[in-house]
Write a protein that binds this ligand. Sequence first.
Ligand code: GLN
Length: 336
Amino acid sequence: MALRPLPPSVDEALQTVHDELLEVDDGELPDYIPPLAKVDPRQFGLAVCTPDGGFTATGDHDVAFSVQSISKVFSLALALVDRGLDGVLEHVGVEPSGESFNAISLEEGTGRPDNPLINAGAMVTSSLVKADSAEERFDRIRAMLSASAGRELEVDENVFEQELEVADHNRALAHFMRSAGSLTADVDETLEVYLRQCAVLVTAGDLAVMAATLAAGGRNPLTDERVFSSDVARHVLTVMVTCGMYDASGEWMLRVGSPAKSGVSGGIITASPGQFGLGLFSPPLDEQGNSVRAVQACERLAERFSWHTLALPEDRRLPVELEDGDSETVSGGDSA
Ligand code: GLN
């Protein structure tokens, strides 16, 4: 299925937000992964994709960057496909950690990491993906990321190798979880699979399609492939609501109100079931490790389109249907 244009109001909104925020120079590049400290901080891309195959993008939407923590959403989806909800929950919790993404926070008694979207939990969920070898496990995660994006995604080997060299903290987390019993797989293999999935290259356009796959209940709007079930999509989106933006998840839900996930390279995805998937990219990060410009862009767009998940349906102003690329339909309320 080919992607087709969205109503002009969506293009216009993306462009306005892009132009308004282009001059914002707050935030810092992460320095603990060397290649991420060397990128151009001015890069800024936004893209939106709808479950019925509408697509529009602006700015640096086709610049490739490593997906980093956004991959955690899709390795969780695969672990859920392979093990079911109870099988995953046996090894990892689903509670916000209230701490940073690399925190050592394991549940007393069980040793479970707090949730699958912090590093500790993500290493455990990756290790739950069924495979006979670490290589096959990574191939299956990459295939899941690719199917969600609707194209074959590659690994940035340089990002992978350089992060592996400085991975003492993540390695320590993995050892800690093994001693606590929540990680049963080999530490080195777990670390390699996890860091390789973080080094998969995407664009903001890919992220929009990946988010739209979640918004469409697991069906990729670009390829029409059923990548995972609607139950898996709902489970993943639920964890994104409470844990996706790390220690800023509460304020994000107040101000933006849609399930989201950020990554240390400056990407964010957010999705509204049945409505849209949004992919954003801007490298400088705030103190919680979320992209400064991408967060602000989502706040502005959420206000413009009233897309909060808990808003009354009649208060929403999202374009949900498009006929022949030129007419605009809104779901109740006044046209935006
Ligand atoms: N690869 C990064 C790490 O493990 C991912 C962190 C992130 O994107 N927040 O530290």
